[in-house]
Design a protein around this ligand. Structure first.
Ligand SMILES: [Zn+2]
Length: 538
């Protein structure tokens, strides 16, 4: 009578268990898929039939997937694995509107404990318990009937062929809708849970398996600083985190989020665009010779980047990191971790960006000669725990959202917290400028700031960042960027900047602009991409 006895007495076949799991995950862990489909195909009788058909496709895709793992000893662990993973993915898709594409797999592999802590909350736990752990316990307790190996192979073939037949039956009569789905709305398939994540994982791993040893390529070996350049350059590049262009008052945001920068002589770039929509995608691209259109993660990671080239041209290059890591960019140069209180003297609930300036004067003083490039990788506005990203003194916009469970906050609270973190970046950047001013007599000083990507703050139900570039809203790609020049800077190079700064610019411009700042002559330098190149303006 009672449920446990049903579970323990009834004997299921492997095929039945596979189908049940696929149906469960489709019904309960695919809310994002169905809500996104409904946005494109609003509910009507015709669309309702299409929606049911798509649900069937999701089930069938999973049946194909799970059939691969249907051997007797591994079938239960495999299904439990997919239930747990689907519950996690379901949570992040429902809550933040993200999808698990190749870049997201890359992000997940490069995440750190702090990032995981910021994302863990009660709601996530409920998803995992109800959609992951409880159904897994049921799978664990079910009695399975195993036929002989030959029979099981035959059973699985039967299941797969039946699935193909059903697939044809549910898609062919709706071929017109499927044609439009595949042609115009194929991004909806990104929301199939867990099938798309599995597909992304395979596409992420496959190239590495095919060509495991991509030989490292040196480029820009001809790079050198001309003998005539006797002025010493001191450039600080600040890699921002998750800041949105439209939340900088320098870009016209109604709230004053840049009160301190507004007092400095800033060259602001209001039309600046990121290369990727996540840290792991943007960082290697920002420092690579490749433009966004050319960018390939594996090639970029196995080729000299801007820092390698400058380092070889005898510029002193230092990377200080208060974020997860340099994502491989600073692997071959001096690299210091400022997320630890051992190095960072300004830590409360977490280590602050401004702590990266500690002893930096000392570092500069120790370089007796030559040029210096310092990269500071900020914690910035890293979400969803924006409220952790600023000390109490910067809690100017209130009420704030003091939890990582974004759905518990009003959108205004969320924006307030986000803007307070921008306010802290405003302070941090002016502290960087202060340090450069102290060195103005000895160096040509420059600060270059650009955020790695933007952020969604709940517009259309989307939060955080990391959507595939073509699908991502502008808020994830339109980033704040600006420059500051010290009193010894080359006035000639800035003569066209007032018109140039208003043109569309992007992370593509960083590589050659910084090479240009150091007056490097090299075949890898492209004057067309150098924001400060005067000749190409004519
Ligand atoms: Zn980032």
């Amino acid at each position: 009578m009672s449920k446990p006895s049903f579970l323990t007495q009834r004997v299921f076949s492997i095929s039945q268990l596979i189908v049940l799991t696929a149906v469960f995950i489709t019904l309960f862990a695919n809310m994002s898929f169905f809500s996104n489909v409904l946005r494109v195909y609003p509910l009507s009788l015709k669309n309702g039939v299409f929606l049911i058909s798509l649900g069937a496709v999701s089930i069938l895709a999973q049946i194909f997937l799970y059939s691969i793992f249907s051997y007797r000893l591994i079938v239960k662990p495999a299904l439990i694995f997919f239930l747990l993973v689907s519950s996690l993915i379901g949570y992040f898709m429902d809550q933040y509107g993200i999808v698990i594409d190749e870049d997201m797999i890359n992000n997940i592999l490069k995440t750190d404990p702090g990032e995981i802590r910021d994302l863990t909350n009660l709601k996530l736990l409920l998803y995992v318990v109800f959609l992951g752990i409880l159904p897994s316990l049921v799978v664990l307790r079910l009695k399975l009937n195993f036929d002989s190996d030959i029979k099981e192979i035959f059973n699985r073939l039967k299941l797969v062929f039946a699935s193909i037949a059903i697939l044809l039956v549910v898609t062919l009569p709706l071929s017109a809708q499927y044609a439009s789905f595949l042609r115009e709305h194929q991004s909806l398939r990104f929301y199939f849970n867990p099938s798309f994540a599995v597909y992304s994982t395979v596409s992420f791993i496959a190239p590495a398996l095919k060509n495991p040893t991509l030989t490292f390529r040196n480029i820009g070996k001809d790079a050198e600083i001309p003998k005539a350049d006797i002025n010493r350059e001191l450039v600080i590049m600040v890699v921002g985190e998750t800041a949105r262009a439209d939340h900088f008052s320098l870009n016209g945001y109604a709230r004053e989020t840049n009160p301190l920068l507004a007092r400095e002589k800033i060259i602001n770039f209001p039309d600046f665009w990121s290369c990727g929509t996540s840290t792991a995608a943007s960082l290697p691209c920002m420092f690579s010779k490749q433009t966004r259109k050319q960018y390939d993660r594996r090639t970029a990671n196995s080729t000299d980047n801007l820092l390698d080239i400058l380092n070889r041209a005898s510029v002193s290059v230092l990377w200080r990191d208060n974020n997860s890591s340099s994502k491989g960019v600073a692997d071959r140069i001096a690299n210091e971790d400022f997320k630890t209180p051992d190095n960072n003297p300004v830590c409360d609930v977490e280590c602050r960006d401004v702590g990266m300036l500690a002893n930096l004067q000392n570092y500069i003083d120790k370089r007796g000669q030559g040029d210096i490039l310092i990269v500071l990788h900020q914690m910035g506005n890293h979400g969803p725990a924006y409220y952790k990203r600023y000390p109490q003194a910067f809690r100017k916009f209130t009420p704030t959202c003091d939890t990582n469970e974004l759905s518990n906050c009003s959108s205004q609270q969320l924006i307030n917290s986000f803007d307070n973190a921008i306010l802290y970046t405003d302070y941090f950047l002016t502290e960087v400028i202060k340090l450069l001013k102290q060195n103005d007599d000895r160096f040509e000083t420059v600060m270059f700031y650009a955020s790695d990507h933007g952020e969604s703050l709940g517009e259309n139900g989307i939060y955080l960042h990391g959507l595939p570039y073509f699908l991502a809203p502008d808020t994830q790609k339109h980033v704040p960027a600006l420059m500051w020049f010290g009193k010894n800077s080359d006035a000639e190079r800035l003569k066209n900047i007032d018109t140039k700064k208003l043109t569309p610019l992007s992370h593509d411009n960083i590589f050659s602009t910084i090479l240009g700042l150091f007056e490097i002559n090299s075949g890898v330098y492209d004057s067309k991409l150098d924001i400060l190149d005067v000749a190409s303006e004519e």
